[in-house]
Design a protein. Structure first.
Length: 255
């Protein structure tokens, strides 16, 4: 027999009462930043000063990356088709997947699984890179199609260092970068996804929240792109790579 009530540990509501993880929403509105409130609802407790600074940096770092990412093209295409803002933003979010926006989750999973194997991060990095080579797996969160050095990575680690935030996953992440260059003979610098993966892992977040961090960060950018498409562009315009070339079957008849 199923229970009449299902349970949630997130928010308690009642007449004149809204409490997020036990904290009154009015106090949260006055005393916490948006980043701190996001940390609270995801983690269940208030962040430290260092964690609050890093959460803010994470949410800002991926807010937008130009007009070419698939999620942006998705949002703009849906808006160009004459749909509502919520449909356009939802369309953009639905494009986020393993190959676009998934590297935080994938990188965090690998680092969290390997970090528990030993306290020697240099040896861990060496063994991990060998494992990647043997299994023909590319380490997610390293290298970038545009940036030789990702400015967001440097800033995120800088904020962590200035706030005295240092953990095993950040150390492992940096050791992996060094080992990849030594063993592969080419630079694959840590990108923002790898940096975020290391930081959220040291914050104690489960790797399965990886896409969640990307979605929370990127959604304001999708809203802005969708509105810009609505206000500045003609409806039903062509988006994405142009022109295309047909390479299917030649002309034929049904007999």
């Amino acid at each position: 027999m199923s229970e009449e009530k299902w349970k949630t540990s997130l928010t308690e509501i009642g007449p004149g009462k809204i409490r997020i993880k036990g904290y009154d929403i009015a106090d949260i509105m006055e005393k916490l930043t948006y980043a701190e409130a996001v940390y609270l609802i995801l983690k269940g407790e208030l962040p430290t000063k260092a964690e609050a600074a890093l959460m803010n940096a994470i949410l800002v770092s991926s807010i937008d990356h130009g007009a070419t990412p698939p999620s942006v093209l998705g949002a703009r295409t849906v808006m160009s088709g004459g749909n509502s803002l919520n449909a356009a933003v939802a369309g953009g979010v639905l494009v986020i997947g393993d190959t676009h926006g998934g590297a935080i989750e994938q990188s965090a999973k690998i680092m969290q699984e390997w970090a528990v194997k030993s306290d020697d991060v240099n040896q861990l990095a060496s063994d991990l890179v060998e494992w990647l080579k043997e299994n023909n797996i590319r380490m997610p969160g390293f290298g970038h199609r545009l940036h030789k050095i990702d400015p967001r990575t440097e800033k995120l680690f800088d904020i962590a260092e200035r706030n005295g935030f240092k953990g095993k996953h950040i150390d492992l992440c940096k050791a992996i970068e060094k080992t990849l260059e030594e063993k592969l003979g080419k630079q694959l610098p840590i990108n923002v996804d790898g940096a975020i993966a290391a930081v959220i892992s040291d914050m104690g977040f489960d790797w399965r929240l990886g896409k969640g961090f990307f979605i929370i960060s990127r959604t304001p950018g999708l809203v802005a792109h969708a509105i810009e498409e609505k206000l500045r562009e003609r409806p039903m315009r062509k988006l994405g790579p142009l022109p295309f070339e047909y390479d299917g079957p030649p002309e034929r008849e049904i007999k």
